[in-house]
Ligand binder design. Structure first.
Ligand code: G6P
Ligand code: MG
Length: 217
């Protein structure tokens, strides 16, 4: 195959962005730091540690390493309570349509996520078997917009970056795909994701002819 597809997880395959938001909001409230959904945009695609650093910068808080780590743990435990309850129903609309189509045509697929919880989430929603490689936050050292996560996935799929198509909902993720020299497809608001080559509100707006063209089938 000439082409391969790499999917971000949170906000592309599943709507976990809302759970990340709730967990960060909970902590922010506790610390007396204002935190809106708009600010949450800046957390998309960004590692857990970096998110907390940004939150503390906004709140002008400087804390010890121990305190920092304990808040990181608290946020994740809160988040995991939501993940625990996830089912296959939480796969975003028409994502299975695209995954099934690509799988049926033998197109290589990879996951490229900053999340350390990516595997358990994929397992919960039953999508592990679709992916030829799963690259997550436990494997990468440089966060998006650094292209590392997508470059590792491309390497695993044995494809040059120019033959990879990336689906992303985060500004940082679109940037990472572009820097890597991959075709970037934004899922979300066209204004927010203006750096993407194509943008769709969600997968219901993507038809299989377009996927076929991208995959050069
Ligand atoms: C994804 C999400 C981010 C999240 C990051 C780390 O990229 O879009 O909002 O902060 O993963 O997730 P984790 O599950 O490791 O805390
Ligand atoms: Mg995302």
């Amino acid at each position: 195959h000439h082409k391969g597809f790499i999917f971000d997880l949170d906000g592309v395959i599943v709507d976990t962005a809302k759970y990340h938001y709730l967990a960060w909001k909970h902590l922010a409230d506790e610390l007396g730091i204002p935190f809106t959904e708009e600010q949450n945009e800046q957390f998309k695609g960004v590692s857990r540690k970096r998110c907390l650093e940004i939150l503390l910068e906004w709140g002008n808080l400087k804390v010890s390493r121990e305190q920092f780590d304990s808040w990181l743990t608290e946020k994740n435990q809160d988040y995991l309570q939501y993940i625990e309850k996830m089912t296959e129903d939480e796969v975003l609309p028409d994502v299975p349509k695209v995954l099934n189509f690509l799988k049926a045509h033998g197109v290589p697929m990879g996951l490229g996520s900053a999340s350390k919880n990516a595997r358990p989430i994929l397992k919960k929603v039953g999508l592990i078997p679709y992916f030829n490689t799963i690259v997550d936050g436990t494997q990468v050292s440089k966060a998006k917009p650094d292209p590392e996560v997508f470059m590792i996935a491309a390497g695993d799929l044995k494809l040059p970056p120019r033959d990879c198509i990336v689906f992303e909902d985060a500004i940082a993720g679109i940037e990472a795909a572009n820097i890597a020299g991959m075709t970037s497809i934004g899922i979300g608001d066209p204004e927010t994701l203006s750096g993407a080559k194509y943008v769709f509100k969600d997968f219901t707006e993507i038809d299989l002819d377009f996927i076929k063209e991208l995959a050069e089938l």
